[in-house]
Design a protein around this ligand. Sequence first.
Ligand SMILES: Cc1ncc(COP(=O)(O)O)c(C=O)c1O
Length: 400
Amino acid sequence: MADLFSKFDPVVELRESLLESGVTDPFNLVMERVESPTVAICNGRRTILLGTYNYMGMTFDPDVVAAGKTALDEFGSGTTGSRVLNGTYQGHKECEQALRDFYAMDHAMVFSTGYQANLGIISTIAGKDDYIILDIDSHASIYDGCALGNAQIVPFRHNDVEALDKRLKRLPPEAGKLVVLEGVYSMLGDVAPLREMVAAAKAAGAMVLVDEAHSMGFIGEHGRGVAEAQGVIDDVDFIIGTFSKSVGTVGGFCVSNHPKFEILRLVCRPYVFTASLPPSVVATAATSIRKLMDSADKRAHLWENSKRLHAGLRQLGFTLGTDEPQSAIIAVIMPDLETGAAMWEALLEEGLYVNLARPPATPAGMTLLRCSLCALHSEDQVGDILGMFAAAGRATGCIS
Ligand SMILES: Cc1ncc(COP(=O)(O)O)c(C=O)c1O
């Protein structure tokens, strides 16, 4: 009998060799208690969190928590059904209204996760004989959306406007085309040149979908994302987002002005064939989204944090994913997985949690220590974080 697990042998070996070196398993950490968006207890120690997607620090917002508690009391713990059967409660409609108001768009559709939003929208709107033109560094959920559908996939070099333009010009002019982009790419924290890319897509008669998972709430005057910041939001056909980052809970969505958008509720399988989000989750999401509309001060503070951490890490001698801070994500490039894991552990011992990221999630085989800042990190915390990087970097030989 062929062992169906033998295909995982290379990953098993990599994991075993890493753990044999005596390092703490970086992919098995437990948050024993969470005190706030920026502090948790890990391995019994008070730890500053610099590896969450809690960009706007909404998880402990008193209004958000209260809305969730009320919905739990009034509507119960779950819907036990699909959005198209018994799973649409008043709270789901209010959440979609909050999204329409946030983006000033006509339509909003809430999915159970951002992963499912990409899976559903991409696989449903791009069918056989259509083309999906996507950045090669796209998130796994975008690739999986492509795999679930029947369209032809045309990847282009990361953030390369010319490469996108060239691919578009080679496609049959009359064919259906969907260009899929992200506002912020989550591994290196770099921003897409959306203005140029959306223009190239429109010139070629393509529709455009932008995943703003890592920019919603933070980037753009109203926090609508990179498309807003670069002045092209009106030319984007579909914006995908998630509640699992700035919104501070779980869920995903798509907003659009397309006049036929609502039909997707009946034909999009990852929307139809799954249970809807619990009432407490949509209540927390709706409250959080409405508060994010009015969070210019927090956005400004998060930019300050991002700039300060980027400059400080650079000054210490670390190699970073971008020359300038472009988002709330700052990636520290490690020479290899072993050094990355040693540095990750040394930081944890100092009292700092960051994300260790490695292939296939990262581009070009890189090992990264991904730092994601929160609007609620205080100035003192950013100072402490830099001190911890200096100590751990010297202890592991990453910096001199
Ligand atoms: C760019 C991008 N899109 C979509 C998702 C999926 O979001 P969710 O956590 O809601 O499934 C993520 C999550 O990391 C992401 O980074």
